[in-house]
Design a protein around this ligand. Sequence first.
Ligand SMILES: O=P(O)(O)OC[C@@H](O)[C@@H](O)c1c[nH]c2ccccc12
Length: 260
Amino acid sequence: MNILDKIVVVKQKEVEERKSLYPVKLLESSLYFSSPTVSLKKYLLRPDKSGIIAEIKRKSPSKGDINPYVSIERTSIGYMQAGASALSILTDKDFFGGSADDLKVARKFNFCPILRKDFIIDEYQIIEAKSIGADVILLIAAILTPEQVKQLAAFAMSLGMEVLLEVHDEAELHANMDAGIALVGVNNRNLKTFEVDINTSKRLSELMPKEVVAVSESGIDNPALIKELKTFGYKGFLIGETFMKNSRPELAAKEFIAQL
Ligand SMILES: O=P(O)(O)OC[C@@H](O)[C@@H](O)c1c[nH]c2ccccc12
């Protein structure tokens, strides 16, 4: 079984457990559930911003521990002060060391779009995302059927949230063109093999419908790459490890963004 299949099996069990621990009614009574969301699309199109979606990721299956005891408060505030356009917070616990609480902390201290980075397979997780203050959810084409993508995307949008659809190849992009999704992320990392290739973003840029806001994800490790990806039409740049591998990720982000 590849790692992605493994994650999905664990996730299915986690979702069932959480459903019985935290019923939907309880989630819907959260203050954030009825609060307006902040648009990632708008922030990425703002000319005064870097386009960087700065990620908080404590560990990963490909790298192991990256920064397990990071301060969410200091890092999230620092990322935004450094000029990031938005935040991405890993909430998966078993494989990435994150939690719903990490996202809640980031929400408490920041007014900016926040992406819930997790493996979403069920509407319940979207209600949960909204209830902890997320503005955007990630839908990973590699773990969903086009039918599921459509349904989950429509559900998220009905709650006022945005959707970032993640694709890794031409087939995934083609299969999901009609889901009405405004933000598409090209993951340069193959989630089954962990191989990273920036050319994935360059290759898929040609097939991107022009009304879509395109985001390049993973393996972005220098400012020159961002300048290059911009010429391929990318407006968003999701960066995790390049920042997180430093003891003070927000200072690394500041130095990086200053070079753009
Ligand atoms: O740390 P990197 O190489 O900068 O990558 C960030 C982000 O793209 C990566 O964490 C990611 C992209 N898609 C995902 C799906 C699930 C978990 C994590 C991810």
